[in-house]
Design a protein around this ligand. Structure first.
Ligand code: GAR
Length: 212
């Protein structure tokens, strides 16, 4: 059976979705860069091994990433899932886990990488927003896309309501992406593209606002 390590920095709702999804893999550990990340308690309560690698204890990104890699490698995971892990990773770290490191981001990448994605989407007046699971490359919040979910932006939305609608979909697509990875249904090929062995394609369009 394959195994994964999940990296978090805070609340851990995506981590929780992965823990509850009964994935066909072992969750080897949950690792946080913050000792007070709420998600650590959720993992502990479910009997999952946890570890903390405090970024503030390290002088620079290289030494933090080296310590993080050492903690991850001690678990021998097949895949590493970033679930609200809010640290920029060095190119060396990302390369070390090429094809094994995935991230979830609350926007339809390549739009709105970085922070405050929902506020920026509302400010721009886009009618469709969403979330993305992708392989991680040294480019922050970019990289070959595995799966995306689109949601409508409704006329009365504020940041909170839009974030909740997107988060609901995050909790659906991340477990699916990990399931595909663990079943060898997808991989990152030499050309840096995601290849699918099998997937269902929906023929539906999301039109927002809806047509009359
Ligand atoms: C999630 O919305 C995730 O997509 C986002 O942080 C939130 C973490 O929430 N990640 C990023 O912005 C990565 N650039 P969670 O801790 O409840 O999963």
């Amino acid at each position: 059976m394959k195994s994964i390590v999940i990296l978090i920095s805070g609340r851990g709702s995506n981590m929780q979705a992965l823990l509850e999804a009964q994935l066909p893999c072992r969750i080897a550990a949950v690792i946080s860069n913050r000792a007070n990340a709420e998600g650590l308690n959720i993992a502990k309560a479910r009997g999952i091994a946890t570890a903390v690698v405090e970024h503030r204890d390290y002088a620079d990104r290289d030494s933090f990433d080296a310590a993080l890699a050492k903690t991850i490698d001690a678990c021998h995971p097949d895949f590493v899932a970033l679930a609200g892990f809010m640290r920029i990773l060095t190119a060396g770290f990302v390369e070390r886990y090429r094809g094994k490191l995935v991230n979830i981001h609350p926007s339809l990448l390549p739009a709105y990488s970085g922070l405050n994605t929902h506020a920026r989407a509302l400010h721009d007046g886009v009618r469709i927003h969403g979330c993305t699971v992708h392989f991680v490359t040294p480019d922050l919040d970019h990289g070959p896309i595995i799966v995306q979910a689109a949601v409508p932006v409704l006329c009365h939305d504020d940041e909170r309501t839009l974030a909740a609608r997107v988060l609901h979909e995050e909790h659906r697509i991340y477990p699916q992406a990990i399931r595909w990875l663990c079943a060898d249904q997808i991989e990152l090929n030499e050309q840096g593209r995601v290849t699918f062995r099998y997937h269902q394609q929906s023929g539906f369009a999301l039109i927002s606002p809806g047509l009359e």
